[in-house]
Design a protein around this ligand. Structure first.
Ligand code: NI
Length: 227
């Protein structure tokens, strides 16, 4: 399930993040790549140790925390602190695999990478190329979103970021370990949750069948969650 969630950052947050991007210290993006993908990854990212990075991470994590669609679709258990990257002309990240496990150094732990998220931070009119391309058995999907929007997708697909031919692409990227390990199960829960929300907008919250469906939702969570 690939989900586009619009306006995860509001206008004020977005313009603030963009202003930090203009002055933040960038380093080679290879520092967070696995051994194989480091050979092909060409981008820059804000130094993870910098105060600017920590500040932006807080803004993004706060925005995710208040977003009901993100939380319903991803059911986050642990989130790797977001990275902030920039692709200038000639930069790209050809087809690669994201490692299944990822360290969170600050917390001295590893997480399983179930879900990937790319938050677009500048407008698509500002650059050419830079599409996020995902490969699946049904073919390839090419994604480029407005600033402030996020795309959420299962980490198991081969994917790439195409070469920039004009301008610069700014984004944030992070992995999440979900409370629900399998993507198909997350999909069922997401569909059910969205249906309950729609029913609640046109029926009494305490309608017995809404309560029953809500009970089904939570019982499926109990069956499937891996805490
Ligand atoms: Ni990747």
């Amino acid at each position: 399930m690939i989900i586009h969630i619009p306006q995860v950052l509001n206008k004020d947050e977005l313009s603030y993040v963009q202003s930090v991007f203009r002055t933040a210290p960038f380093v080679d993006g290879k520092v967070t790549a696995g051994e194989q993908s480091a050979q092909v990854k060409k981008n820059m990212q804000i130094d993870l140790q910098s105060p600017e990075c920590k500040e932006l991470q807080e803004i993004v994590l706060k925005a995710l925390g208040r977003n009901p669609i993100f939380n319903s679709a991803v059911m986050p258990y642990r989130v790797v602190p977001p990275l902030f990257n920039r692709y200038d002309v000639g930069m790209e990240f050809p087809d690669h695999v994201d490692n299944a496990l990822r360290p969170i150094l600050e917390a001295n732990m590893r997480i399983r990478t179930d879900v990937s998220s790319t938050l677009f931070l500048n407008d698509p009119e500002e650059y050419d190329g830079g599409e996020l391309i995902m490969h699946d058995y049904s073919g390839s999907q090419s994604i480029k979103l407005p600033a402030g929007d996020i795309i959420v997708y299962p980490t198991y697909n081969l994917h790439s970021v195409s070469k920039i031919t004009r301008g610069s692409r700014w984004a944030s990227f992070f992995w999440t370990q979900s409370m629900i390990k399998e993507a198909d199960k997350r999909r069922v829960l997401f569909d059910l949750d969205m249906t309950i929300i729609k029913l609640r907008t046109r029926m009494d919250d305490n309608d017995p069948q809404i309560l029953e469906l809500t009970n089904v939702y939570h019982n499926l969570m109990r069956l499937w969650c891996v805490l």
